[in-house]
Design a protein around this ligand. Structure first.
Ligand SMILES: C[S@@+](CC[C@H](N)C(=O)[O-])C[C@H]1O[C@@H](n2cnc3c(N)ncnc32)[C@H](O)[C@@H]1O
Length: 279
């Protein structure tokens, strides 16, 4: 393991740790192809490989060494655009075995949990690893993220997603562990829970968090919210929790049609945030 994504660049656009942010496309990099119909396809560049379409093949070799945002053509002349994927494009264009936290909620989680450079953060579970990536970027090389995950297969695949996006992260530890059974760490700054029964981790969170530390839980249903808030009050040692949801309403902007889209993704989860109180 060589570094973290926030460490300085190496001059070739590859940040130490692995993620490439600038410069020409390189072998082994993920690239997003956008079709003439605006369909997105994530590919990993490999010499000699092709991306097959019904309008013929597009050669990976035609992309390696080219600049971000370039055009490339299939054998029958269809024009594609190739971009280095953003975080959102990376997570939304892959098969996922677990429900992820969507970007509309990830930003607010980083804000409300106040994830800061140098922080020690515990999350559970890692699932597909979508949130872990942004937690690691936010804590930077001086911080730590410890991901608890009860399923061994998810622990391995979540860690793999993080490595694929960020490269090696020596400050990311994945533990195959049931967080309801306890938290090993002490003097933790932040705990973020995305699992079905966070109330079972409340006592452990109280022991692990520093005074002033933040516990944030991500919960799809109101029943879960109520159960968590009741448990926090019973446990004591936490401030009154704040609960909210984040609603994103996309708009359709084309020609004279400038209006909200007709169908939207109306609910993901509620965020419950509380602080560990001091004496
Ligand atoms: C919804 S997924 C997390 C998705 C993740 N936040 C992401 O953005 O990709 C919930 C995960 O919590 C794990 N989990 C459930 N109960 C757990 C427990 N008691 N301790 C640790 N992990 C647990 C599940 O195995 C699953 O991988």
């Amino acid at each position: 393991m060589t570094g973290n994504a926030r460490e300085g660049g190496s001059g070739d656009g590859r940040e130490s740790g692995g993620r490439i942010r600038r410069g020409p496309f390189q072998e082994g990099e993920d690239v997003l192809l956008i079709s003439p119909k605006q369909e997105e396809h994530l590919i990993t560049l490999a010499p000699g490989k092709v991306f097959g379409t019904h309008k013929g093949n597009l050669l990976h070799d035609d992309l390696i060494g080219r600049e971000d945002g370039c055009r490339a053509w299939t054998a029958m002349g269809d024009e594609y655009r190739a971009f280095r994927p953003t975080y959102i494009q990376f997570i939304m264009n892959q098969k996922r075995h677990a429900q992820i936290i969507y970007p509309k909620d990830t930003g607010p989680i980083l804000m409300w949990a106040d994830i800061f450079p140098g922080a020690t953060v515990i999350e559970a579970g890692i699932g597909w690893g979508a949130l872990s990536i942004k937690l690691l970027e936010a804590v930077g090389p001086q911080g730590r993220v410890i991901s608890y995950e009860v399923r061994e297969d998810f622990a391995a695949s979540g860690a793999k997603t993080v490595r694929r996006y960020l490269g090696d992260c020596p400050n990311h530890e994945v533990k195959v562990r049931d967080i309801y059974q306890g938290i090993d760490e002490r003097e933790v700054d932040r705990i973020v829970l995305d699992l079905p029964e966070p109330w079972q981790a409340v006592h452990h969170a109280r022991e692990a968090l520093l005074p002033g530390g933040i516990l944030l839980a991500y919960l799809p249903s109101t029943i879960q919210v109520k159960q968590l808030c009741d448990r926090l009050a019973e446990e004591g040692g936490f401030s009154d929790p704040e609960t909210f949801e984040v609603i994103q309403r996309p708009w359709h902007v084309k020609g004279m049609s400038v209006r909200p889209v007709q169908w939207m993704f109306s609910h993901s989860a509620f965020l419950v945030v509380t602080r560990r109180t001091g004496t």
